[in-house]
Design a protein around this ligand. Structure first.
Ligand code: GLU
Length: 436
């Protein structure tokens, strides 16, 4: 932690000598930079600072899988539990070629801060397997999921570590995890994962929850900036579960979706796209760069379009020092985890772009995961309206708490969110003390 001559911690400033500048696209360093900044401003005790920087547990497993052609492939899987002081570790599992231990560590820590920002009784965890699911059959993905689950089974459990869907995983994958875990336990344990099919203990509203949360906080930001939601122009990067739901709900709320994209690129229409038409197109397995009712845009072009709201809802590191100064959006709602690098943050701040940070903007998903876990444990299920109302309440309150913290300390919403989160986790550690 940087200290001034008086010994008082000073907020960190990135400069070219800082190794985190060189490692702009390392998500763990990006997360740590924000953590360091917020922790310093909070005057966090050095001991606690050391505790919160390190993940509690990191598991690396080999996952042998019998391919359909009879050959055996061995995949590498990870599960990282960052911090469980406030409750069980919570966080998704992703299947992707870009998965690495550094990425999973960053994502696990982000989950700790995300759960704390919205004040859920959870810590943070994340998992992943390095694989290309698009080149695997459903049976192969099922075998890989079950073997990975059995490899990390000691950490799993409704009271210790509760996975959920993430990049390239879905409710089917959650059903396989739940079944594998339950077979080992010799009884059905629905609360071991969230994001399950509704018919097997999932929650109504979970699928739309992340996108719905993005809508709620975007409306809060528009109101704060005294901008009207009606007709506000929106560009959405990523048309998976988060991006497509955010686009649909924002269009329903009267906003004008002018661009959407998937990994192939996207479609742009300054007069507004028909989101239902885009959903029909992609639902039929087609890619958005071939969508006929709009001009083609690349993913890079989409980010710098003139619009009121930009929703990066795909992967990490899409807004970097290379393109941040070309961003024209007034508000960025981070549907993805880690779409903006620390270096880009500084540029966006200078330009006055209002960034609703990932750990707040996309916390709707884990909030309804929490509702699912509560419903599974109680064995009593809520209707969708109740779920959505409770989600909206938590998202609005959290937005206001973060905005208040940011205002009080004259920092960005991102650093404000980290400050809210770190102070909640730190308070728990102080009360619990250090077990010896
Ligand atoms: N993977 C989602 C996230 O990054 C959801 C996590 C959860 O519901 O546990 O927030």
């Amino acid at each position: 932690m940087a200290k001034s001559k008086s010994g008082k911690p000073q907020p960190l400033m990135l400069d070219d000598r800082d190794h985190r500048f060189a490692a702009e696209e390392n998500p763990f360093e990006a997360m740590m930079y924000r953590f360091d900044d917020a922790a310093t401003r909070l005057n966090l005790e050095p001991g606690l600072y050391k505790v919160l920087r390190e993940p509690e547990k990191q598991i690396i497993v080999s996952v042998p899988v019998l391919r359909d052609n009879g050959e055996i492939e061995v995949y590498t899987g990870f599960r990282v539990l960052h911090n469980r002081s406030r409750g069980p570790a919570k966080g998704g599992i992703r299947f992707d070629l870009a998965v690495s231990l550094d990425e999973v560590k960053a994502l696990a820590a982000w989950m700790t801060w995300k759960c704390a920002v919205v004040n859920l009784p959870f810590g943070g965890g994340k998992g992943g397997v390095i694989c290309d699911p698009s080149s695997m059959s459903d049976r192969e993905i099922e075998r890989m999921t079950r073997r990975y689950t059995s490899a990390i089974i000691e950490t799993l459990g409704p009271e210790s570590d509760v996975p959920a869907p993430d990049v390239n995983t879905n409710e089917r994958v959650m059903a396989w995890i739940m079944d594998t875990y339950s077979m080992h336990k010799r009884h059905t344990v629905t609360g071991v994962v969230t994001g399950k099919p509704v018919a097997m203990g999932g929650s109504l509203g979970r699928k739309d929850a992340t996108g719905r949360g993005c809508l709620v906080v975007t409306l809060c930001a528009l109101a704060k900036k005294k901008m009207s939601a009606e007709g506000a122009t929106v560009a959405v990067q990523g048309f998976g579960n988060v991006g497509s739901t955010a686009a649909r709900l924002m269009a329903e709320a009267g906003m004008k979706i002018i661009a959407v994209s998937d990994k192939s690129g996207g479609a742009y229409n300054p007069k507004g796209l028909d989101v239902a038409g885009c959903l029909k197109w992609t639902g039929g397995g087609k890619l958005l760069n071939n969508y006929k009712k709009g001009e083609r845009v690349t993913n890079e072009e989409l980010l710098t379009l003139k619009c009121d709201v930009l929703v990066p809802a795909a992967l990490e590191n899409v807004i970097t020092s290379k393109n941040a100064d070309q961003i024209q959006a007034k508000i960025i709602c981070e549907g993805a985890n880690g779409p903006t690098t620390a270096r880009a943050d500084a540029i966006l701040d200078q330009k006055g772009v209002y960034v609703i940070p990932d750990i707040l903007a996309n916390a709707g998903g884990v909030t309804v995961s929490y509702f699912e876990w509560v419903q599974d444990r109680g064995g009593y299920f809520w209707d969708e309206r109740t779920v959505n109302e409770r989600l909206e309440k938590i998202m609005k309150e959290s937005f206001n708490e973060v905005a208040a913290m940011a205002g009080e300390h004259k920092v960005s919403m991102r650093i404000g969110a980290y400050m809210v989160a770190i102070s909640r986790v730190a308070a728990m550690h102080r009360m619990r003390g250090v077990y010896a």
